[in-house]
Write a protein that binds this ligand. Structure first.
Ligand code: PMP
Length: 326
């Protein structure tokens, strides 16, 4: 996922095949109004031009910080509490003290959306270690910084949900949890960026990342699911996957429809012989995967379980969430 500086596009576009364009038209994204978004930094709102952090912030110097990507639909923030819980978990794991309560953070998120007068969009919530010196010792950094950026989201075009994405397996392995646990949503995404570069170079839409054992961990910015004989499988968190919020919604939808989701190690072979596959993420939502390393998955078209999953997910996103303007 990438964020534009114009407050417009926030999703990487699929690379290959037909030149798919974001659903937000160009005229909208290039309007000056789109650039006048208000950005929250440590309790104050700034214009995009004035929203700046110190070059001594360890978020910049060392990727020392954490973040969340959150969506709001139809005037409601989707799964806000879960995102805040995960942010707090990331913070605890890296010994970062978030300088406000979860409740106050929730209110800051809502207020930032209100200030930007949006009903549908994306929120990037960042907590950096704060300003220190050039040494990496976090004890130098006395006050973490909280940054909240909102953007109008450019959805993948409907064609992507109908036709699906291709992926390639990346040589870059997901970081070993004992080195840097992928369950921490940290500002250090170079591991994912390296994999994304491989996907780009292979002209694929996404990159599949394996863990040190050679089992599937996740994609560069999304969780992965496969379907075989009516059962849904996804790698466990311990395989090196982020505990995705969209992933958890898939578990809920599957339970509603009586389909079992099994957390199990998945090999490339199992990807190749799956009946269906899809990926999940806050920005991507649920997107079918139709090709893996040149092999069609199933029929090479999105399958029935994936298609049902997408439509139920859309209902849930539009009907639930924390009201922004109540
Ligand atoms: N894995 C990685 C590496 C991610 O960055 C993300 C977030 N885009 C996900 C999985 C999906 O998580 P979520 O559904 O919470 O957005």
């Amino acid at each position: 996922m990438k964020t534009s500086n114009a407050g417009g596009t926030v999703i990487d576009q699929p690379k290959s095949r037909e030149a798919v364009k974001p659903a937000v038209d160009k005229a909208t994204t290039s309007k000056p109004a789109a650039r006048q978004s208000k950005i929250y930094i440590d309790g104050k709102f700034y214009s995009e031009a004035d929203a700046k952090v110190s070059v001594f912030d360890h978020g910049l110097l060392y990727g020392d910080g954490i973040f969340e990507g959150i969506r709001f639909y139809n005037g409601r923030v989707f799964r806000m509490e879960e995102h805040l819980e995960r942010l707090w978990d990331s913070a605890r794991s890296i010994c970062l003290h978030i300088p406000m309560s979860q409740r106050a953070m929730g209110e800051a998120l809502l207020e930032t959306v209100r200030q930007n007068n949006l009903r549908d969009g994306y929120i990037r919530l960042i907590v950096t270690r704060g300003v220190g010196n050039l040494g990496l010792n976090p004890e130098q950094c006395k006050t973490p910084s909280v940054i909240i950026i909102t953007a109008q989201i450019a959805l993948y075009p409907e064609a992507v949900y109908k036709n699906g994405l291709s992926l390639v397996t990346c040589a870059t392995r997901r970081t070993n949890p004992s080195a840097l646990n992928p369950a921490v949503k940290s500002l250090n995404y170079l591991n994912n960026v390296m994999a994304r570069i491989e996907a780009n170079q292979a002209n694929a839409d996404e990159g599949l990342m394996l863990n040190d054992e050679g089992n599937v961990a996740e994609c560069t910015a999304d969780n992965v699911f496969i379907i075989k004989r009516g059962q849904i499988f996804t790698p466990p968190i311990t395989a090196g996957a982020l505990r995705g919020i969209t992933r958890s919604v898939v578990f809920e939808i599957a339970a509603e429809t009586g389909i079992k989701v099994i957390e199990a190690d998945i090999t490339r072979h199992e990807m190749f012989v799956a009946d269906e596959a899809f990926l999940t993420g806050t920005a991507a939502e649920i997107i079918p995967l139709v090709k893996a390393d040149g092999r069609p998955i199933g029929t090479g078209k999105p399958g029935p379980i994936t298609t049902r999953m997408i439509s139920r997910f859309r209902e849930i996103t539009r009907e639930t969430g924390t009201p922004i303007y109540a």
